[in-house]
Design a protein around this ligand. Structure first.
Ligand code: GTP
Ligand code: SPV
Ligand code: MN
Length: 565
């Protein structure tokens, strides 16, 4: 298949000496990101898709898309991809089958999922049951058709366990195991069956004494999951290390021990290229040295790849569209949403437990977004229900991962706004219900690596130094770290985070941990407007936690972190 892709020009072979097994793909210039406007949840009832999803009646969707699919694969090869989401032998894993006319999709699915024999074997063991049973499989139909954005639709039929995607060959639009199955369809299944499908990274943080604490984290697209998942500790943090288990999606179940156990349903990483460098994410750089498909990056003269933020630019090259490029010619060499697709097995920090059939026990859940203002570096929620409110009230600036304007703050509950396959009011209720079943629930935190000063510069160094914040979180989980109670949750005081070796002024730290009451109260008004959209489907607990925050913030003059005692 790779040879075929090289023959058709769908893939370009990179330098076999410098980048063994690596390929470059250029997508259509009108097809470079997920398309949220063209993504639909096709539940029988409109209310079941909820106010945050586009909805189309199933009969209309089958009809409209059916007409676009009709004849679209004529003269093309159709690939049949049976694939397993989740570790082999895990009771939580699920089978999907994707039909596609894209060789790029077929080659990518082979990296991102456990495709082929293991999925067939699983179906044989379970008996190829009907959709809607654990033994069934999710049916995915995909065609590039003619890549016309006006004939592009990504439709999900949660009640049929089916996905129809037409008119795009890119990422989450076309690799149906990822967002379409593992998040939108799986979130619906999880609600019915009592588990969770979340847009989260999964890591183990190891302390110098060997203790490993597992953390899952939901950040919106292009907000730092892959980077945190592969974090390399800075020199001053010797003895600590982060184990990678997943960088985008987790499925979580209540264990017999009352803890929340997580698996990564994927088998590879589809990571953002721009900004990835040996300084920011050395483990990602090591991961993509071989067997990687690069999409929409710059092709450098020696048939290697380059993207903005990687290193000094090459003297010239072919940009993501294949046009001649020189530094400073005004165009980006790589598209801002250019990506690498690579097997998880390539990652040098991959946890030995990453494919454990039962997963790993989660001690902390992080929510985080890209917020230039308002959200402090880190805070801890008061309890599970408050944590659900913190996740539900998340907001983040939009990124290049989805078509549309970049940098606009929008509410993005649990980083699932584009990925929840049902009514988000019911989704909040499901989170609360999960908490009732957990006798040892994870602690819930909110982080923000992206706070800026008045000139737009990031205040926090981020990347490897995020370990300092993880250490406070781990210590809070084990009852070892201090905090101060504020209106929004528990915040570390100046002495609680190890800042050794960092060149940060006390004023900067103060700003990073400052709660701007006015800005918060304004944000709470926006939250209120957002939550009102769910009407009767919004759980009371969410509204109560919101009102509690308003009351505490209006009554209490809290302006900054306490100084160390
Ligand atoms: P998706 O794959 O779209 O879900 O994205 P993601 O959440 O995995 O985001 P990723 O880790 O790929 O980061 C996206 C961009 O944010 C990259 O350009 C990173 O370099 C940048 N980034 C990640 N972490 C940090 C951080 O701690 N600080 C700063 N300033 N930038 C970061
Ligand atoms: C995201 O947008 O959150 C991604 C990339 O992980 S895509 O697979 O295109 O959805
Ligand atoms: Mn993602």
């Amino acid at each position: 298949m790779t040879r075929q892709a090289l023959n058709t020009g769908e893939m370009i072979e990179l330098n076999p000496d410098l980048s063994p097994g690596c390929l470059l793909h250029r997508s259509d210039v009108n097809d470079v990101a997920r398309v949220e406007d063209l993504t639909f949840i096709c539940s029988g009832k409109r209310e079941d898709a909820g106010p945050t999803n586009n909805w189309m009646a199933p009969s209309e969707a089958y009809d409209r898309l059916g007409r676009i699919f009709d004849g679209s694969m004529k003269g093309r090869t159709m690939y049949v991809i049976p694939y397993l989401m989740g570790p082999e032998g895990s009771p939580f894993s699920r089978v999907g089958v994707e039909l596609t006319d894209s060789l790029y999709v077929a080659l990518s699915m082979r990296i991102m999922t456990r495709a082929g024999r293991v999925a067939m074997d699983r179906l044989a063991v379970d008996g190829s049951g009907a959709p809607g049973t654990a033994a069934g499989f999710v049916r995915g139909l995909h065609s590039k058709a003619d890549l016309d954005p006006r004939k592009r639709f990504i439709c999900h039929f949660p009640e049929d366990q089916a996905i129809w995607s037409v008119g795009s060959g890119y990422g989450g639009n076309a690799l149906l195991g990822k967002k379409c199955f593992a998040l939108r369809i799986a979130s619906h299944l999880g609600r019915l069956e009592g588990w969770m499908a979340e847009h989260m990274l999964l890591i183990g943080v190891e302390a110098p004494d060997g203790e490993v604490t597992y953390i899952a984290g939901a950040f919106p697209s292009a907000c730092g999951k892959t980077n945190l998942a592969m974090l390399e500790a800075p020199l001053s943090q010797r003895g600590y290390r982060v184990w990678t288990l997943g960088d985008d999606i987790v499925w979580m179940h209540v264990g017999e021990d009352g803890r929340l156990w997580a698996i990564n349903p994927e088998a590879g990483f589809f990571g953002v290229a721009p900004g990835t460098s040996y300084r920011t994410n050395p483990n990602a750089m090591r991961t993509v040295q071989r067997d990687t498909i690069f999409t929409n990056v710059l092709e450098a003269p020696n048939r290697t790849v380059w993207w903005e933020g990687m290193s000094d630019p090459p003297g010239h090259g072919a940009d993501w569209r294949g046009r001649p490029w020189t530094p400073g010619n005004g165009d980006k060499g790589a598209h801002p949403n250019s990506r690498f697709t690579v097997p998880a097995a390539n990652c040098p920090t991959l946890s030995p437990h990453w494919d454990a059939p039962m997963g790993v026990p989660v001690s902390a859940i992080l929510f985080g977004g890209r917020r230039a203002k308002v959200a402090p570096l880190v805070y801890e929620s008061f309890d599970w229900a408050h944590g659900v409110y913190v996740g539900a009230s998340m907001a983040s600036e939009t990124t290049a991962a989805a078509a549309g304007q970049v940098g606009v703050v929008r509410r993005d509950p649990m980083a699932m706004l584009p990925f929840c396959g049902y009514n988000m009011g019911d989704y909040f209720a499901h989170w609360l219900e999960m908490g009732r079943r957990l006798t040892r629930p994870p602690k819930v935190f909110h982080v923000n690596w992206f706070r800026t000063d008045d000139r737009g510069q990031f205040l926090w160094p981020g990347f490897g130094d995020n370990l300092r914040v993880l250490r406070w979180i781990v210590d809070r989980c084990h009852g070892r770290a201090g905090a101060v109670e504020t209106a929004i949750g528990f915040l570390p005081t100046l002495g609680d985070i190890d800042l050794d070796g960092l060149d940060l002024s006390e004023a900067t730290i103060g700003e990073l941990l400052r709660i701007d009451r006015g800005a918060w109260l304004e944000d709470l008004r926006d939250q209120t407007a957002f939550f009102t959209r769910f009407g009767e489907r919004l759980p009371r607990a969410i509204l109560e936690r919101l009102q509690g925050t308003v009351a505490r913030l209006s009554g209490q003059a809290y302006h900054g972190p306490a100084s160390p005692a």
